[in-house]
Design a protein around this ligand. Sequence first.
Ligand code: SF4
Length: 345
Amino acid sequence: MNRAASLLEVDDLVLHFPVSGGGALGLWRRSVKALNGVSLAIRRGETIGLVGESGSGKSTLGRAILGLEPVTSGHVAFAGIDVTAGRRADLARLRRETAMVFQDPSNALNPRLTAGEAIAEVLRVHRKVLPAEIPARVSELLSLVGLDPTLGNRRPQALSGGQCQRVGIARALAIEPTMIVADECVAALDVSIQGQIINLFIDLRERMNLTLVFIAHDLAVVRRLCDRVAVMYLGRIVEEGPTEAVFSAPRHPYTAALIRSIPEIDPDIVLPDAPMQGEPPSPLSLPAGCPFHPRCPHAEARCHADPPPSLRRRDDHGWACILEPGALPTPLNASPIPIATGESA
Ligand code: SF4
């Protein structure tokens, strides 16, 4: 993709952190290899999905993008800010331009504050409006996320999960961000409520030209929302490209297996292959060669020993595998999640 047009650039990012075990004496010390050379560019106004199993590094990458994780090497640049340099002024500017939406909507809110107070707190800290204008702006933000402004008087315990998540999104929007990182933000919600939150993101993206990094393990949700998708495995991006290209013709066996594992709504459709076998290896001890080779049905002898394949790119679609495009069978179309049209969750 054209890096010149990018809002965010991640360049060869490595993030390893030490862990020890064996009791108080710390008998062993090892290194968790959470990110292992991630490069990614995100355009302004684009929605990109980061997908992969637990432990793939997608949440760590989301936090590193926001300067919330100290990196081992590599760089993240956001709108000209070097996030990884650790300069206070740069990080303060980053905080003014980016926001995060978290997975658990009720736990992410302070139980002692009403929804309105929680939003007002952000407006006060970031000095977005004059103090006298805060109540009106709170009502505006609640309406923007599809909530009746009278719900601003309620504490999180008196709101549904979907309503709490809308309040979380309103808090994120209160800083008028250029980019939002949403980390598994619909995973804790019912399917119909997920649909409403996804529709809300689609609406907000169009109205506000938001750049959105959407971290999810649910590929059907990502297909509904995202322009592009990056598939992560053991701290690496193994495939990246336009969402429909990746879903209709995946080039990496891991992506193909993830797509096959999406539940089909039509019970008469027979899944073509067994879903992926086994668990991912521990990030404490990565396999030699291609990290996916212990689970890959297409692995050859060279996959066990050669260095991990780097991302090759053709037609704006990258993949890190020795296989050529078209080598994998075309998967069934994964069904986008049903979109509910009922009342605000
Ligand atoms: Fe499978 Fe080899 Fe491709 Fe890795 S490089 S995904 S082991 S075929």
